[in-house]
Design a protein around this ligand. Structure first.
Ligand code: DP6
Length: 324
């Protein structure tokens, strides 16, 4: 009763920000992401009759209590689907350096869902797997698929219509996503906490909800037309709008550092010089910079010259779940 799976992380171009149901991880808005080719989690799950409790090893060590409890709660969902009471040993290898500014929860829960389901021989299709992964971390439902992925928020209370689907494969449209790391010693507010606070207290949140679905339509059209400029412009504006909603929260949520601003201005000035280059930022100080493969070197070299930039890791669109 053992299986292993690998899932890549993803970066949202139209952000998921806010939940309508925290227990089921149902989002307030639909979102769109690119699954990446560089950062992944590989997880094996083995259910065994003789175990008296679940075990979770992360990067060769027993995971911390909070992290482990999230995984054990998630295993309960899989056990329920299979009608079993068996406990499991979960071994995860995270190739998502926290310092890279990518949340590992997306690849983590996507890999756990896929491996857990396969270990118990449950026959779930990708949609059902996406619904399951969503209940570990919202953005995980998008990492089931490769390439360009949309997560439809759904309307139902039980979440059965809130899942992701693929818009384009990773081979259909190549772009560069530069993960630009900045100096920071900030104490992190998790995206979970940041979005909750924003929904509950920000007077700007209604403006987000009024416009985010239009942003999504624009981004989807740009992807259909392979229109990189329109996709980049839409993604950048959407990210800025998400951060604007947080600034209105009480107390405010500000993820940016001075280095974040330096990169933003440098991207704008590269754009003034005629290069199609855009940025997006998640719940942290690092910046993801989008450009066409032909401009990668120039963009990367220019950004690397900024004193606040520590490291740049270049990614491309990557694949969905694979079994190992
Ligand atoms: C800013 O999926 O990490 O990266 O559902 O609470 O686990 P939970 O949150 P998570 O939030 C991701 C927020 C974001 C935007 C995005 O990926 O769409």
């Amino acid at each position: 009763m053992k299986a292993a799976a690998r899932a890549n992380t993803n970066i949202a171009l139209i952000k998921y920000w806010g939940k309508r149901d925290e227990k089921l991880f149902l989002p307030m808005n639909s979102s769109l992401s690119i699954t990446l080719d560089r950062f992944y989690t590989e997880t094996s799950v083995e259910f065994r009759e003789e175990l008296k409790s679940d075990v979770f090893l992360l990067n060769n060590k027993p995971a911390g209590e909070a992290e482990a409890n999230k995984v054990f709660r998630f295993l309960d969902n899989i056990r329920k689907l299979a009608g079993t009471k068996m406990y499991a040993v979960v071994i995860s290898e995270n190739m998502v350096p926290t310092a890279a500014g990518f949340a590992s929860s997306a690849s983590g829960f996507a890999a756990l869902a896929a491996a857990g389901v396969k270990a118990l021989n449950l026959n779930l299709n990708e949609k059902e797997l996406s619904i399951l992964a969503r209940q570990g971390s919202g953005s995980a439902c998008r990492s089931i698929y490769g390439g360009y992925v949309e997560w439809q928020k759904g309307e139902r209370g039980d979440g059965m219509d809130s899942y992701a689907n693929q818009l384009l494969t990773e081979k259909d449209l190549d772009i560069c996503i530069l993960s630009v790391l900045v100096e920071s010693n900030q104490k992190k507010i998790s995206s979970r906490e940041g979005m909750k606070r924003t929904v509950e207290t920000s007077p700007f949140y209604s403006g987000w909800l009024d416009t985010v679905e239009k942003d999504l339509e624009k981004a989807k059209e740009a992807i259909r037309n392979r229109d990189f400029q329109s996709l980049g412009e839409t993604a950048e504006a959407n990210a800025l709008k998400m951060h604007a909603t947080m600034l209105g929260a009480k107390p405010p949520v500000l993820y940016w550092q001075s280095g974040t601003m330096e990169i933003i201005h440098q991207v704008q000035s590269l754009r003034m010089s005629g290069i199609k280059v855009y940025f997006t930022i998640d719940a942290g100080p690092n910046v993801k910079v989008l450009c066409l493969p032909k401009d990668e070197q120039k963009v990367s070299d220019t950004l690397m010259k900024l004193p606040a930039v520590k490291q740049i890791i270049t990614c491309h669109p990557g694949s969905g779940i694979t079994y190992v």
